[in-house]
Design a protein. Structure first.
Length: 367
């Protein structure tokens, strides 16, 4: 399992790139919920998103009782639950506060790692959460150590940027998958390709971690019939695509049964060929043509250049990320090693002119 450090966290806050979303597990028998959580932890998973998971809080709490300090919990302020644990969306401060206190009790913990403003997709919604005092409440809880980090979930780049502008958040939950990123705006994801990619790069530059929701587009990307591309991807391809985006620390696909978990765990043993998602270059929109998405389908480079990583560091440096620029300088093989042999361009499904790109990158870092 690969683990990634929360930029604004302490040295022990390292998250498994494969996390779990627990929102759909509420109707699973409690004993099986506990078994799923324990098996996930035994396989290295340490990050759990609890949005809409109210009915399963108690068994989740029992499963993590002996290892609470080894796992990270993400809860949402604005997701509330009735006496049966059924989820509801709420913008009433007292109800949100009451729900959070219940969550702590049900989980058997005195703190959560992430307190998120829940599902903030419109400016008016963020205004409401501020006006009724939820953001101030989160700040108070953070000062008390009851919430370790403040974050938010959203599907909208413009609203996400506005929340990041406050300087208060360390984490963002965002929907990332090829359908949302490469198809036309509101038909699938919100925002243009550029708006979405600029947001991811901003998060990387400013140390805002991203946890990924909807990596499979609600399962539609896994089906030839339902995929907007008309071609199915695998779980492994979707997960690898998500965690390759700038700023991403973990992807949290939903799990409902032990069989679902077993399917997800196959990602940990997948080969590079199984993780290769470059096929999306054959059916994505023209908006992505000529853009490197860091898939490394062009590898191996005869000169030994990690072409995807070199491109990623360059894009982040252009966005103002000094850390990425520094990482580039430490690469053992840089862009200036390019042989102009054309091997990468013959394999690139996105039509990227990597020869000229390597020259551009070389000049950038030597000036």
């Amino acid at each position: 399992m690969e683990y990634r450090q929360l930029p604004h966290g302490n040295k022990n806050e390292k998250f498994s790139v494969l996390g779990l979303g627990m929102g759909g597990i509420g109707k699973t028998p409690p004993d099986e919920i506990e078994a799923i959580i324990r098996k996930a932890i035994d396989n290295g998973i340490n990050f759990f998103d609890l949005c809409t998971a109210g009915a399963s809080y108690a068994p989740i709490g029992r499963a993590i009782r002996d290892c609470r300090d080894k796992v990270f919990l993400q809860v949402h302020f604005g997701a509330v639950y009735d006496e049966n644990g059924e989820y509801g969306w709420c913008r009433d401060f007292e109800t949100i506060k009451k729900t959070f206190l219940w969550e702590l009790e049900a989980l058997g913990t005195d703190y959560v790692d992430f307190g998120f403003l829940h599902c903030v997709d419109e400016d008016e919604d963020f205004d409401t959460l501020c006006e009724i005092g939820v953001l101030d409440y989160l700040k108070e809880l953070k000062e008390q150590g009851i919430v370790r980090h403040i974050g938010f979930s959203s599907h909208t780049p413009s609203v996400s940027n506005r929340i990041i502008d406050t300087g208060l958040v360390d984490m963002m939950m965002f929907s990332i998958n090829p359908a949302y990123d490469f198809e036309k705006g509101d038909d699938y994801g919100i925002g243009s390709v550029k708006e979405r990619f600029d947001l991811f790069k901003r998060c990387e530059c400013e140390g805002i971690g991203i946890s990924v929701m909807k990596p499979f587009f609600a399962g539609q990307l896994l089906s030839d019939e339902q995929s907007p591309f008309g071609v199915a991807l695998t779980h492994t391809q979707c997960l690898q695509y998500a965690i390759d985006r700038p700023g991403v620390l973990t992807a949290v696909p939903g799990v409902q049964t032990m069989e679902h978990l077993d399917v997800l765990l196959k990602f940990l043993m997948a080969t590079d060929e199984e993780k290769d998602y470059s096929v999306i270059g054959t059916f994505t929109a023209d908006t992505i043509t000529g853009t490197c998405v860091y898939c490394n389908h062009c590898q191996p480079c005869p000169a030994g250049i990690d072409i995807g990583l070199v491109n990623k560091y360059y894009d982040l440096a252009l966005a103002g990320d000094d850390i990425a620029a520094n990482h580039y300088t430490k690469l053992s093989v840089k862009a200036d090693a390019c042989l102009k042999c054309g091997h990468c361009e013959s394999r690139c499904p996105f039509g990227v002119n990597q020869e000229s790109r390597m020259t551009e990158i070389e000049h950038y870092f030597h000036n």
